[in-house]
Write a protein that binds this ligand. Structure first.
Ligand SMILES: Cc1cc2nc3c(=O)[nH]c(=O)nc-3n(C[C@H](O)[C@H](O)[C@H](O)COP(=O)(O)OP(=O)(O)OC[C@H]3O[C@@H](n4cnc5c(N)ncnc54)[C@H](O)[C@@H]3O)c2cc1C
Length: 307
């Protein structure tokens, strides 16, 4: 048996059981662990890993592997996604009956830093049936905790940041949520919306659900971002009522610039808002509050930054 076969046998604990390339840089994959994981709380994440010995997709930033790490695993966190509907598209997927976990991953070709991306160039070489590492634990505070049946729920994401929202949306539909649900996903091109068909089908089935796809590099009238949707009043028009912190929960996931957490000013050490403003600042001016995990305080803005 070759050395890599032996390493795979030692380090991998799961298989790719379904793989759909939305396009060459975007995929939805299902991973089935050898031993079952507990049912995730919708919104949570786990880890995927592949050995540094595995091949990398061509056309990605060159990597220099540090000596002594050749036999290690490249690991990264991934939100657990959800197909929402069953394979026939007729009703909700029976998630508790499934052994696989679904992930929604974009290929990072360049990081913009000296260190090359370690995992996605390897994930994009996978085929159905291939083996990989899946984290033993499913974790994270990003969840629907505190959301009441009549609350309005806004899921705002960039790119693959809609992964946890898909699982949360499934959960809201499963438990018969009565309030309005608006999912927004902002991407560069419409082809980057891997779950578009599903969301349109869900919106057609559930009158309280709206899906707003946004493509910054398509369409006319200049680039429009999620922040603009809120400041222009368009979000309230879609919702059909004011954004009320007393009855609305906002979920933000993906690019930290869209989310807009306060940053420490290097010179003064004070916390300052990023420029241009992210969604958090815009909503806090309207009375919304973020979660404070250290103080176990639940707000009505919940967020998960991907980097
Ligand atoms: C809690 C959590 C959940 C995550 N869930 C997902 C997920 O469901 N799907 C997913 O694709 N990624 C997700 N990520 C990001 C993921 O962990 C990796 O960072 C990403 O896949 C790139 O890995 P890499 O080793 O190839 O590059 P890295 O060495 O990790 O390169 C990091 C750089 O890649 C860019 N980048 C990272 N993630 C993205 C992204 N999603 N979209 C665009 N640019 C990105 C940023 O510029 C970042 O600085 C999540 C991150 C966290 C912290």
């Amino acid at each position: 048996m070759g050395n890599t076969d032996e390493l795979r046998k030692q380090k991998y604990n799961a298989s790719v059981t379904r793989l759909h390339h939305v396009h060459e840089d975007l995929m939805i994959l299902r991973v089935t662990p050898d031993t079952p994981r507990p049912q995730p709380i919708p919104g949570q994440y786990t880890v995927l890993g592949l050995g540094f010995w595995e091949p990398r997709a061509p056309g990605c930033q060159e990597e220099e592997i540090k000596p002594g790490t050749e036999h290690n695993l490249a690991r990264r966190s991934y939100s657990i996604s959800c197909p929402i509907l069953d394979d026939a598209g007729a009703g909700l997927m029976d998630m508790p009956a499934q052994k696989w976990l679904e992930f929604y991953v974009v290929l990072v070709r360049e990081t913009g830093r000296a260190e090359a991306p370690i995992l996605t160039p390897r994930l994009f070489m996978l085929k159905e049936g291939d083996r990989l590492y899946l984290g033993e634990k499913i974790t994270g505070h990003y969840s629907l905790e505190g959301v009441k049946d009549d609350d309005s729920v806004l899921f705002l994401s960039t790119g693959t940041g809609e992964a946890p929202h898909n699982y949360m949306l499934w959960e809201l539909l499963r438990r018969g949520h009565r309030g309005r649900i608006v999912s927004v996903c902002c991407v560069r091109y419409l082809r980057d919306l891997g779950y578009l068909k599903t969301h349109l089908a869900v919106a057609a089935m559930y009158p309280n659900v709206t899906y707003i796809p946004m493509a910054t590099r398509e369409g006319q009238g200049g680039k429009k971002y999620i922040q603009d949707l809120i400041t222009s009043g368009e979000m309230e028009r879609i919702l059909g009522k004011p954004l009320d912190p007393g009855s609305c929960h906002v979920f933000l996931c993906g690019n930290p610039k869209m989310i807009g957490v306060q940053e420490k000013d290097r010179e003064t050490g004070q916390l300052v808002w990023p420029r241009p403003p992210g969604v958090i600042e815009i909503l806090m001016e309207r009375g919304f509050r973020t979660d404070k995990h250290s103080a176990k305080e639940r707000g009505n803005i919940h967020f998960e930054e991907y980097w």
